[in-house]
Design a protein around this ligand. Structure first.
Ligand SMILES: Nc1ncnc2c1ncn2[C@@H]1O[C@H](COP(=O)(O)OP(=O)(O)O)[C@@H](O)[C@H]1O
Ligand SMILES: Cc1cn([C@H]2C[C@H](O)[C@@H](COP(=O)(O)OP(=O)(O)O)O2)c(=O)[nH]c1=O
Length: 205
């Protein structure tokens, strides 16, 4: 039995977390065994690494190695077993975030990221990625009224525009997997766009 692996991406404040629960409800209403997870994090070890990476000052290469170290543990101990058990695994961020943040934002060479992704994922890849796309300025305004900024969220608008551009480049390379959601509308409008994608993608559900 092989489950479904769906990831949620976008710059901080784009609205991923707001919509992931509705997607879980949509699949559950259709009989799926849904499991939610997130990166960085998703296992006790990876959550400990998340605390470090979002708080401690470090270089870009250290940052990406910690992201992929956590991802390896997550893939091995959570994602692969969930898919083997036929579950629908919804993950708040996955490897596209490393290409966007550490590749686009920090400027690390994409060849390094490709190698890390090959080693760490061993072919485990989302079948669908919902990319919540929003201008950096609008995302920053949403974040400002919602929460205190962590180490990465404190970076400037230019950083987040580079991250956004890197997501766009990833989407252009994987048009069958990554679906862009215009996240600039109201919560209801964005939610409707998400449901449209699900209905088109899983008509038999
Ligand atoms: N479409 C929207 N319009 C206005 N505010 C929104 C919208 N979607 C989410 N928000 C708010 O913006 C903030 C960030 O949303 P969140 O879902 O946490 O983003 P992310 O998980 O992508 O960082 C939250 O306070 C949320 O309530
Ligand atoms: C998975 C991943 C996340 N990140 C960053 C994006 C976010 O700024 C941060 C934490 O992600 P996230 O949990 O989505 O933050 P929030 O719920 O506060 O929006 O980690 C990377 O830089 N690289 C990665 O590979």
């Amino acid at each position: 039995m092989t489950g479904r692996f769906i990831s949620f991406e976008g710059i901080d404040g784009a609205g991923k977390s707001t919509h992931i629960q509705a997607v879980a409800d949509w699949f559950r209403a259709r009989g799926a065994d849904v499991q939610l997870s997130r990166e960085p994090g998703g296992t006790p070890l990876a959550e400990a690494l998340r605390d470090l990476v979002l708080r401690e000052a470090m270089g870009s290469l250290t940052e990406v190695l910690l992201m992929f170290a956590g991802r390896r543990d997550h893939v091995e101990t959570v994602i692969k077993p969930a898919l083997a058990a036929g579950k629908t695994l919804l993950c708040d961020r996955f490897t596209d975030a490393s290409f966007a943040y550490q590749g686009g934002g920090r400027g690390l060479p994409l060849a390094v990221l490709d190698t890390l992704a090959d080693w760490v994922q061993e072919g485990t890849e989302p079948e669908l990625t919902l990319w919540f796309d929003l201008p950096a300025e609008q995302a920053a305004a949403r974040r400002a009224s919602a929460r205190e900024a962590d180490r990465i969220e404190q970076l400037d608008l230019d950083f987040f525009e580079r991250v956004r551009a890197a997501y766009a480049a990833r989407a252009a390379q994987a048009p069958g997997r990554i679906v862009r959601i215009d996240a600039s509308g109201t919560v209801a409008e964005v939610g409707a766009a998400v449901l449209n994608v699900l209905q088109a993608r899983y008509p038999a559900c």
